[in-house]
Design a protein around this ligand. Structure first.
Ligand code: GLV
Ligand code: MN
Ligand code: MN
Length: 398
């Protein structure tokens, strides 16, 4: 609730875009809480924040857990934030009981998971896992032309002089708690989701370039209207995708029209496609359709760039079973399910055994200001996270 005040919207949601002053403020607050518990903060070159709680044996590979503090423009209080705070609860429980795990535990706050201000999504973890190039990423700009590297420098100066994390740690495992963002757990009255994996995701940017002209004097036959071309391109793609099973997730969620004047024919349209499916082959087929349709755009020029190509993620089977058994030992109902949303865990799964824990959210609603999760569900997820981390740490110690 305290974090939810930072960037609170009038309708009860949160708008806390990555690398804004609000993002820094939220990070500062969580960092202060973790430091009070005995964690040591470090930050890497892309702005991921690591809060390390020491273990008893520094020879052992650390375990990590975390998520993100940035939100969608009309987002809620829980998406991402819960995973960070559930991890903080684990640190707090350890500190309160004066216990140390054998290995260190890193609470990680990934930079820009949402990708709404600077695209693509899962940026910090993507750079960390080597899926995105650091130098290219630092040069990206937001809708107002702000360069990511400059915004990052500003955040770094706000957070103060933190020790620099030079290269990715070799983690023994990564755990991420998250609200489900879908209806399955709530509908089946299940308290805990043991997440088996994440569907594949591809994000593209399309730039349609035409020519601006006077809206009153230019006959249709003489126009190169970027908006008309962009609309027919989107229609062509959706018509060409056969989706009888209703599994294809095709979204155009950002659409910019330039110069954006009522009496000028649009010269340029920039839009993003977010495409998801549980089968990589199907994603490949649909990408071919998108490429073909883009190549067939008439009158204007259309350029397509793939920003992120994240394959279907399968989480570590042993860790999925560990979540199930930790939940059962605490007498919580548990169900194994895949994730429709993407998460930083998809990047981490390329580096080390990874798993996620889901808790129900009201009506399955997320990326919406009304997003809500019940305290008892959030508590249950944090208990499972703590027990699973402890069990894993003790296994590693053997
Ligand atoms: C993360 O918010 C996603 O895009 O699934
Ligand atoms: Mn999230
Ligand atoms: Mn999200």
């Amino acid at each position: 609730m305290e974090l939810g005040k930072i960037g609170a919207t009038e309708s009860g949601g949160v708008n806390r875009q990555a690398l804004t002053g609000l993002d820094s403020q939220a990070r500062k607050l969580v960092m202060a809480w973790a430091v009070t518990l005995g964690a040591e903060p470090r930050m890497d070159a892309i702005g991921n924040l690591f809060l390390r709680f020491p273990g008893t044996n520094s020879e052992l590979a650390p375990i990590s857990t975390g998520s993100h503090l940035d939100t969608q423009p009309g987002g809620g209080m829980f998406d991402g934030i819960y995973g960070v705070l559930a991890g903080l609860e684990v640190l707090e429980a350890l500190a309160a009981s004066d216990r140390r795990l054998p290995c260190a535990l890193d609470l990680v706050i990934w930079l820009n998971e949402e990708g709404s201000r600077f695209s693509p999504a899962t940026m910090g973890s993507g750079v960390y896992a080597g899926l995105l190039d650091l130098e290219d990423t630092l040069l990206l700009t937001d809708g107002d032309g702000v360069v990511l590297g400059d915004a990052l420098e500003m955040m770094k100066s706000t957070l103060g002089n933190l020790e620099h994390e030079n290269s990715p740690s070799i983690y023994d495992a990564y755990f991420e708690a998250h609200i489900e963002q879908g209806p399955v757990l709530e509908a089946s009255h299940t308290q805990i989701g043991a997440v088996s994996g994440i569907q594949g995701l591809r994000q593209y940017e399309v730039i349609v370039s035409g020519q601006s002209a006077h809206a009153g004097t230019t006959p249709r036959s003489r126009r190169q209207d970027a908006l008309v071309s962009a609309m027919s391109l989107i229609n062509d793609i959706t018509a060409a995708i056969d989706d009888s099973e209703d599994l294809v997730r095709f979204t155009v969620g950002r659409f910019e029209v330039h110069p954006g004047s009522p009496n000028t024919v649009p010269s340029k349209v920039i839009f993003n496609i977010d495409l998801r499916h549980p089968d990589d082959d199907r994603l490949e087929e649909i990408e071919k359709i998108i490429v073909q349709c883009t190549g067939r755009v008439k009158t204007c020029r259309a350029d397509l760039q793939c920003l992120i190509r994240s394959p279907v993620t399968h989480f570590d089977e042993g860790l999925v079973r560990l979540i199930e058994s930790a939940a059962k030992a605490l007498e919580f109902s548990v169900k194994t399910l895949p994730s429709g949303a993407t998460h930083d865990a998809s990047s981490m799964a390329r580096l080390c055994p990874t798993v996620m824990i889901f808790v129900p959210c009201r009506d399955g609603v997320s990326h919406h200001e009304s997003e809500w999760a019940e305290p008892e569900h959030l508590w249950a997820g944090a208990c499972v996270l703590a027990d699973a981390i402890e069990a894993r740490a003790n296994e590693t110690d053997l």
